[in-house]
Each structure stands twice: as structure tokens, then as C-alpha cells.
Design a protein around this ligand. Sequence first.
Ligand code: HEC
Length: 187
Amino acid sequence: MDVNEGVILANDLFKTLCAAAIGGVITATAIVAMSTNDSAGNNAVPIAQEAPTKTYARPYDLLHIMHQFQRFADKLYFAGKAENERLTGWYLWKLEQAALHVTNHETQPWYPAKYDEAVLFEQMLFPAIADLNKTVEAKDWASFNDGYVDLIATCNACHGATAHEYIRIIIPTSPIYNNQDYSIPTD
Ligand code: HEC
């Protein structure tokens, strides 16, 4: 096959793909229209009739959990600085919940088999989260900073234990997101 023939074949393929894509858009639109109308033809929010039964072999990588950790650790800090007990407790719970995907073995195991991240979470991370949670529940805001420093030290200790000592988490100076108010709502 010469080069020109290849280009012509590629063009044909492109046209076929475009046609398929347009067909797909029409089908998807029709499905949305059906699902947003109830039997009387009124607009209705589609509600799932059954709990999803599909199980995913690979819902997350460890790295995705780490991205959640990074975000929640940042938000946790500013919620704590604002002495907002409910929000701080909620981010601690979100941190733990993200880690539970690993300890419940719902994630793709991280590849170097010599490290077991589930065991490391249970032994290192959960105690640091539990300690900080006690501080928050006791509204001991004077100790919040120390507990937070311990938590971050745990993140970095595990990075060291898994040969990722070059990933260093620090105490944040300004929130990653600037569109959230961390203070206790007054209204
Ligand atoms: C199992 C021990 C362990 C603990 C505990 C741990 N990490 Fe990690 N972390 C890792 C490993 C391993 C990687 C590298 C993953 C990879 O290579 O896919 C990583 C990677 C990361 C990255 C790099 C992601 C990127 O996109 O830059 C960040 C950020 C991170 N962790 C944040 C945290 C934070 C914040 C905490 C504490 C709340 C934490 N980690 C606790 C093991 C851990």
C-alpha cells in the first residue's frame, strides 16, 4: 500500500467514525429525552429504580486515592484553622473513607508487591486520623496544629516507606481552592 492509498483509507475511516458519532449523539439525546419525561409527559428527574449491581474490577488506582488525600488534607487544614468542628470532622471522615477503598481491597493493588498499602494505611494513617479526630471532637483547637503536623508526617513517612520519599506534603499556606468559605455558617 502506498502512502496516498493509506491517506484515502484513513479518510474513509474518519467519515465512517463521524457518521457513527452523529448516530450516537442522536441516540443519546433520544434516551435523555425519554428519561426526563414521566408518563404524563412532564419533565421529571430520572431516578434509578434499582441499586446498581455492576461491580468494577478496577474502580481506582492508589494514585487517585492520593489525589483525594491531597485535596482533603488541604481542606481539613483550613476547616481546622477556622475551628469549624463539623467541617473538620467531615474532612477527616472523607480522608478515612478514601483510604477505606484501599483497605477494603476495592482498588487496584499498587504494583510493587513488596509493599502492602492496605496494611500501611491501617498501621500508620488510621491512628493519626483517629488522634486528630479526638482533638477535634474535644474542640481542643490549641492542639489542632500538632495533630495536623503528625498526620502530615504520617503521609510523608509512608512515602518514605514505599520508596517515594521525594513526594513531600507540607502544611499549606493558602487553600488550593479559593471558592470555599471554611468558617462556621452564621445564618
Ligand atoms: C501506603 C502509604 C501511604 C500513605 C499513608 C500516604 N501515601 Fe501518598 N503516596 C503513596 C504512594 C505509594 C504514592 C505513589 C503512588 C504511585 O506511584 O502511583 C503516593 C503518592 C502521593 C502523591 C503524589 C500524587 C501527585 O499527583 O503528585 C500525593 C500528593 C500524596 N501521595 C499525598 C498523600 C497525603 C496528603 C497523604 C496523607 C494524608 C498520603 N499521601 C499518605 C503512599 C502513601
